[in-house]
Every structure is written in structure tokens, then in C-alpha cells.
Design a protein around this ligand. Sequence first.
Ligand SMILES: Cc1ncc(COP(=O)(O)O)c(C=O)c1O
Length: 480
Amino acid sequence: MPSQIEQQLHQQLESRKERSLLRRLVVIPETSADFSSNDFLGLARNPRLGARFLKELNSFPTHTPPLGSTGSRLLDGNSRYAEELEALIAGFHHAEAALIFNSGFDANVGFFSSVPQPGDVILYDEYIHASVHDGMKVTRAGVKKAFVHNSLEHLKELLQTVRREDQQQQQQQQAAKGAAGAGASAGLSGKNKANNYKHRNIFVAVESVYSMDGDTAPLKEIVDLLEQFGAYLIVDEAHATGVYGEQGRGLVNELGLESRVFARLHTFSKALASNGAAMVGPKVLKEYLINYARPLIYSTFTSFSNLASVKSAYQMLIAGETIELVHKVRTLITHFRTTINIPPHISLLPSTSPIQGLVMAGNARVNALSHQLIQAGLNVKPIRFPTVPKGKERVRICLHSHNTIEQVDLLIRIVEDWVQKEAQEQEVGAMVPLPAILDTTATTARTSNETPIASVSSERSLSLSTLSASTKKLTIPSKL
Ligand SMILES: Cc1ncc(COP(=O)(O)O)c(C=O)c1O
């Protein structure tokens, strides 16, 4: 007889299954063409990186730390190797300091849970990554408010509101101190004391390239705006590291904004084919995080082999060995966007990054198209509600330097055929079962309530109500 907790867990999983939201781990067939991973430059399978990595590993044990770090960075986990790597990363990103975390997730949690001081304000793009949400769950900031994705107007409104409130607060304090000074402490300047009032710190969290939409933040305009309000910008460069900027330094670098951004997160887990991340910024930020960021303090530091892998990837960037790969992926992006021809009811996300997306309302529709592509040996993922808002479900297509023009053309052909058939089926109005589809949107889960594991949808049918006013049902062809 299962225990009470087992029964409760089972019930919740059943409920997810009924709502077509059950997630499962899947193993992607090695033969499928990669249109899904974050390995934008193909470094995860790059022989040059492999050779550099093996060379680095071979320096063990002469000049290297033990294989396992053996403890938290604050206990036994630190090493000269790690510190030299941080210096290399800080230098590369033109920052005062870099601090390595075990993951980008940890870095965001560490930053947002500890850096904002009591009562401070965090304004974040509504599409910000789940890790920032998790950090904000335990932050001491007094205000956490989302602004409409990439909306400078909304961000400005919120900034103005915060500063207006600050001013009101300041005036109230001045008045209170003035009254107290007049009544009791002659000689003490109420005005001077009132000048001690500190405006709240405002932190603004954005991603340079958004993981689900592939679009970029208007960083230059955001920086200009924030400087008017004395606010601090934190840019998550997870999907831009390696791909944007001079030798892959990121979008902040590309736009010449390095000295105007408070902190940047460079993850090693996407284009750099490793694990972990570096928070880069002022020296004092590094020292503060070492003292207060719990994911860093209370977790065993990453292993030597991973540090060696990160170092090797940075060596490739520094040596300019990724420039051609970036060029190749850019060519494929242009080819994809200028070739694909889809009707207006399916929108191609306005992205110039390797992350592309076809938005079509309804989990079932994105499941069906993904299924069709997977059947053809192309690995793509449906990104479904609640990972993205209802009505914004999409098939996410990641382009890589290791994709070929032929693969991209095949993908385009399948999408176009599927769309055409869907329109025809709409006319026929028949209804057939939809296939179960794998969903591994795990690490890109955007909202705080998302659980980062993979899933299988058992959604079986699709109402046409999402496509038109018609009440007909849709047939999804099982084969092209
Ligand atoms: C924008 C963004 N930030 C942070 C992370 C977390 O990085 P990591 O995978 O290194 O934990 C991700 C991962 O999906 C991400 O997409």
C-alpha cells in the first residue's frame, strides 16, 4: 500500500497528465538533426575544443586542483586554477571582477536573493528567467514588479513611480524632522538630517537574448533610461555569450555598454559547452556575493574537469576560433528567415538570434507540428502553456553552426506543408487523435511556478476555435 505522500504525489502527477502537462525525461536520438539545443556554435562536439580540453586535463595533477573540488568555495573548494580562470574571464569581459557559480541558475538566485537591500526595488522584464524569480522569492527587496516585455514606456512609468514615491517619502521625513527640530533640538538642522534620506536602489533585470522568443532587449535605450533614474542594470547574457559581441563577449559588449551595466551573467552552459556561469561586475559585488550568496556558500564548488572545460572554451573565444562558427550560424538565420513562407495566422517571432519560433495558439497545434518535424528526424521542441502565456504557444527552432542548409530547407518544407495541410483539414473539418509529444522545455522555464523537467503531452485533439470562429475540429495528418 503506497504511503500517503506517495498517493498525494501520484494524484498531482495524474492531474498534470489530465491537463496535458506531464513532463518526462527523454533521450534524444543521436541521429536527429539538432534544432533544439543551446549549443549554438556546436562547441559541445567541436574537436578543437575537445583537444584543448584534453590538453588542459593532462596538466593534472601538476598544476591543477584535485579532480573534485572537495568542498564549498569558502572551505576547500577554491583553487588557484579557479581564481586564474576568474581573472581571465573578468579580463575578457572588460569587468573588474568575475565570480564563478555552479550554474547560471545559482548565480541569478544568489544575486537577486542577496544584493538588493531591505526595501529596495527590483523591476524585471516579464519574460525574465525562472532563476531570477526564484531569487526574488527570498529577496529583501520591498518591491518586485514586472514591466511589459521590452517596453521602455512601461519601464519608464515604473521608474517614475518609484522616484515619485521616494520624493514623497523624503518630503514627509523632512517635514517630520523639521517639526521635531523646531520643538526639541534647536541647533540640529532638520534639512541636513533630511538630506540623509536615501533613495531606494532600483535593480532592473533583463536578458540580452530572450530564451523563448529569441529577441533582444533594447539595451542601449534601457541604459540611457536607467541612468536618468540612477538605477542598476543586470543583464543575463545566457543566450548571447559566445554568439554576440567581439569574439563572443556578449551583446552588452557589442553595444559598447560594458562600463554602463552594473552586472552581467555569462553562462558557460549554452554556447560554451560547459557548466556554470560567471557574474561579472565590480570587485565589491564579487566580495559581497562571496559573503552572502547562499548557492555559492552552501554548495560544493564545481569540479576541476568543468573548470578545465570552461577555460578551454574561453581560450577558443580568445583565439578567435569561434568567429567563423558565429558567421555560419548568422548565415543560417538569414537563410531561414528569408526562405520560410507562412501565412499570417502563424507568426514568425521577430528574432535575429539563433532562437527562432513559430507562434501558433494552442498546445495541441505546437505538439502536432513538432511531432511532424521529429518524425522527419529533426529535433525541435514545442513550447507550451504554461511555459509561455496562453495563445503564445510556439515551436522553438534553434539554429546552430552545425546545421546544414539542407537541414534548414527540409525543416522549412515540412513546416510549410504542415501549415498548408492544416488549412486544408480545416476545410474538411474531420477530427483525428493527435500524437503524444515530448516537451523538454526544462531549462528555459520562464515562470517561477515552472518545474524544470521534461514532459510528454497526452493531448489528443484540437478545437478549431483557436484558429477561427469555426467550431469544426481539426485533423492533423500523421504523415506528410
Ligand atoms: C536566460 C537564462 N538565464 C539563466 C539560465 C540558467 O543557466 P544554467 O543553465 O547555467 O543554470 C538559463 C538556462 O536556461 C537561461 O535561459
